[in-house]
Design a protein around this ligand. Structure first.
Ligand SMILES: NC(=O)c1ccc[n+]([C@@H]2O[C@H](COP(=O)([O-])OP(=O)(O)OC[C@H]3O[C@@H](n4cnc5c(N)ncnc54)[C@H](OP(=O)(O)O)[C@@H]3O)[C@@H](O)[C@H]2O)c1
Length: 259
């Protein structure tokens, strides 16, 4: 057994939410390349299918599941299907996230509730569905994708900031409760990643200004989130529990403008 063997996920079943594109798609690929069968969640089957087919074309094991994370009944029914089809989920990656960049004056209480339901409530519902099997088997890995806003706020995005902070706190609460059962709960906090969603923000003068705020001098590439998730999902990270790994090129550790 070498250290590289500890990153293998052969025989594991993983569910990655929001895996049709962006960071979720890269996380799904990493887990599949490590040997897991990955269930890629999309808002619709049609949206998840290209990412599933890309993995299968490379000989990797993948399938699709669809639900709107704001629709509790659809989520529960989809989880019935996933658990019927695969018997279990060993690794859950809560990656779905919507962002509302407006300020508190513009975000109604209903808007706030909706975003918290999607970014935090859906993660809790999914944990509730996979947790009993993980406890029974004495093994499970839960990794949630938060954000550096779980610690650092900007003006605007109050609902997103609250939801991501809540997801980080939920991670710690679940680590305390599930650790004794062999289930670890951790999070990754991305900084500035140049996903499709951020394409406009990552380019031009505004994109360059943000890059200057990062010690590494650039935006993150989506695939650069995956190593931290694989660590926490695999035996290599078996003793990491209740923590957040920040993947941000150093932005939240510093306050200089670079270059
Ligand atoms: N990119 C960054 O710089 C950054 C920084 C910090 C944190 N994050 C977090 O990292 C995660 C992924 O970010 P990303 O940039 O890859 O985001 P993204 O490209 O917008 O992807 C998010 C995924 O979540 C899905 N989704 C959103 N709301 C949904 C809903 N109600 N029901 C079902 N699916 C839903 C989206 O589906 P559709 O494709 O159908 O919309 C999409 O596939 C998010 O939680 C985000 O908050 C990202």
């Amino acid at each position: 057994m070498t250290i590289l063997d500890l990153f293998q996920l052969d025989g594991r079943i993983a569910l990655v939410t929001g895996a049709a594109r962006g960071l979720g798609r890269e996380i799904a690929r990493a887990l599949a390349e490590a040997g897991a069968h990955v269930v890629l969640h999309g808002r619709t089957i049609a949206s998840a299918t290209p990412a599933v087919e890309a993995l299968r074309a490379d000989g990797l094991a993948a399938s699709a599941v669809a639900f709107d994370a704001n629709d509790a009944a659809a989520l529960e029914a989809a989880m019935d299907r996933v658990l019927d089809a695969h018997g279990r989920i060993d690794i859950l990656v809560n990656n779905v996230g919507e962002r509302d960049r407006r300020k508190a004056g513009q975000i109604t209480a209903d808007d706030f509730d909706r975003l918290v339901r999607v970014d935090l409530g859906a993660a809790y519902r999914l944990v509730r569905r996979v947790m009993p099997g993980m406890i029974e088997r004495g093994h499970g890995r839960i990794v949630s994708v938060t954000s550096i806003v779980d610690q650092l706020a900007t003006s605007g995005s109050p609902s997103y900031t609250a939801a991501k902070g809540g997801l980080a706190a939920l991670t710690r609460a679940l680590a305390a409760e599930l650790g004794p059962h062999g289930v670890t709960c951790n999070a990754v906090a991305p900084g500035f990643f140049a996903t499709e969603t951020n394409a406009a923000m990552a380019t031009g003068d505004a994109g360059a200004a943000r890059a200057r705020r990062v010690p590494l001098g650039r935006w993150g590439k989506p695939a650069e989130i995956a190593g931290a998730v694989l660590l926490m999902a695999s035996p290599a990270g078996a003793y990491i529990n209740g923590h957040t790994i920040v993947v941000d090129g150093g932005v939240s550790a510093t306050y200089e403008m670079y270059r």
